[in-house]
Ligand binder design. Structure first.
Ligand SMILES: Nc1ncnc2c1ncn2[C@@H]1O[C@H](COP(=O)(O)OP(=O)(O)OP(=O)(O)O)[C@@H](O)[C@H]1O
Ligand SMILES: [Mg+2]
Length: 415
């Protein structure tokens, strides 16, 4: 029987199988083993569904249709029961997740040359903060989706435990490691005892000293940067001539948050914004917002902001090009703006990392290594916030995006 390891990520996904006793990730788009967790429903050729970069390109190329991203975030929220209109048909959002999971499964089967009915499925330590029942419901929804997609045996593993498994392949001596997987939707931590002599053991539960997680990730950083640096140029925080009328703050938030972007595209919003333009002190800014809603440009905006955020990991300032909104329009965002916008979230990351070490019954000095993984661990202030939780630890890890998927696949091979 062949089992696979599935990392369904908020931003990126990968799936692998064990071949010749080694974990190998399936090619998902040309040779790429990692694809954006994106689905595009093409309205021009009814019924065509695109995935990954192809989905994003179709949207950016203005094919008529609907793009969905960050679908994993909705698992732990009431949105999972919502429907979206796709080409005139109402489709529950959970069905969109199922279509994506089914696609990954098929890719793994094509790679393995076999049907695959068993999956070691990654999950964040917390889908939902501070609500165990909602958290359990989110896993149950994901399990039901996996079963509908055709998996019969579904085992869930915490994503940082999978990353620990992968990290352990590289260590030469026993150590205590804090795994920090900072992804698109969640930040997940585990304190684990790893070492060459532990690798072969079947039961590793004693080596896992603690897990902790918080619903903070790169998609939140995108929203924070968007609201702080970009949305003010679309009228956020500006005034109306009649002061007793509020600006529609909720709409800015909806558009800045990946999984809710599509909800902003309503005639009601278009009508309300058309009226607001005539009431605004700075109508040219609100016009840009109206254009975003009318022309369904919310994801374009979100991608431009995400690109700038990524650039700010290496640079002190970055440009957000908005020429698709208005000729020559570009906004500059600085690292300082970004750091301020995510400051409260950095405190939560620091606290969750510290809580994880404390839950392991350890003082921070006992941690030998912090292994950083996940795309958002490339953000300098993220590294600093987590580093402060164990200042004497060595910082390791290239923030790679595949360690969770590889770890899950290795675990699938050991079953
Ligand atoms: N150089 C970078 N600087 C800052 N952020 C980055 C960088 N590279 C990628 N990211 C961000 O990392 C996130 C994606 O990371 P990753 O692929 O680890 O998440 P994921 O596994 O899909 O999400 P999750 O595990 O939370 O479900 C995105 O928000 C992306 O913008
Ligand atoms: Mg991840």
């Amino acid at each position: 029987m062949i089992a696979c390891g599935l990392d369904f990520g908020t931003s990126n996904s990968a799936i692998g199988v064990v071949r010749d006793r080694a974990a190998a990730l399936a090619p998902l788009e040309a040779d790429n083993t990692l694809i954006p967790s994106a689905v595009f429903f093409d309205y021009e050729t009814r019924g065509r569904v695109l995935f990954g970069n192809e989905a994003i390109s179709a949207y950016v190329g203005q094919t008529e249709g609907r793009l969905m991203r960050a679908l994993k975030s909705i698992l732990g929220s009431p949105l999972i029961n919502e429907e979206t209109v796709l080409g005139g048909r109402k489709v529950p959002l959970r069905e969109v997740v199922e279509i994506f999971v089914r696609h990954l499964k098929q890719k793994a089967e094509a790679f393995a040359g076999h049907e695959i009915t068993s999956v070691v499925h990654g999950r964040p330590v917390r889908f939902v903060d501070d609500d165990d029942r909602a958290d359990a419901r989110a896993q149950a929804v994901l399990e039901a989706i996996a079963r509908r997609a055709g998996f019969r045996d579904v085992v869930f593993v915490y994503e940082p435990i999978a990353a620990a498994h992968q990290y352990e392949q590289t260590v030469q001596k026993e150590e205590l490691v804090l795994i920090a997987d900072i992804g698109g939707g969640t930040s997940d931590f585990s304190v684990v005892r790893v070492g060459p002599q532990h690798r072969g053991r079947a039961d590793r539960s004693k080596d896992v000293l603690a897990n902790a997680g918080v619903r903070v990730g790169g998609t939140d950083f995108d929203a924070a940067l968007n609201l702080a640096a970009v949305m003010p140029h679309l009228g956020l925080g500006t005034e109306l001539i009649e002061k007793n009328l509020p600006m529609p703050n909720a709409l800015y938030h909806e558009l800045a948050t990946w999984p809710t972007i599509n909800f902003a595209y309503t005639y009601r919003n278009e009508r309300a914004l058309t009226e607001l333009v005539s009431l605004a002190c700075e109508p040219e800014k609100v016009e840009r917002l109206l254009k975003v809603v009318r022309q369904r440009l919310g994801h374009r905006l979100a991608f431009a902001v995400e690109d700038a955020k990524i650039a700010l990991s290496a640079e002190k300032r970055a440009t957000v090009p908005l020429a698709f909104l208005e000729a020559n329009l570009a906004i500059t965002a600085t690292r300082a703006d970004f750091d301020r916008a995510i400051e409260a979230r950095m405190d939560r990351l620091h606290k969750t990392a510290g809580d994880c070490i404390a839950a392991a019954g350890l003082k921070s000095a006992a941690i030998d290594t912090i292994f950083l993984t996940g795309g958002s661990s490339r953000v300098p202030s993220v590294r600093a916030a987590i580093g402060r939780a164990a200042p004497s630890a060595r910082l390791a890890g290239g923030s790679d995006l595949l360690s969770v998927a590889l770890g899950l696949t290795q675990m699938a091979g050991n079953q």
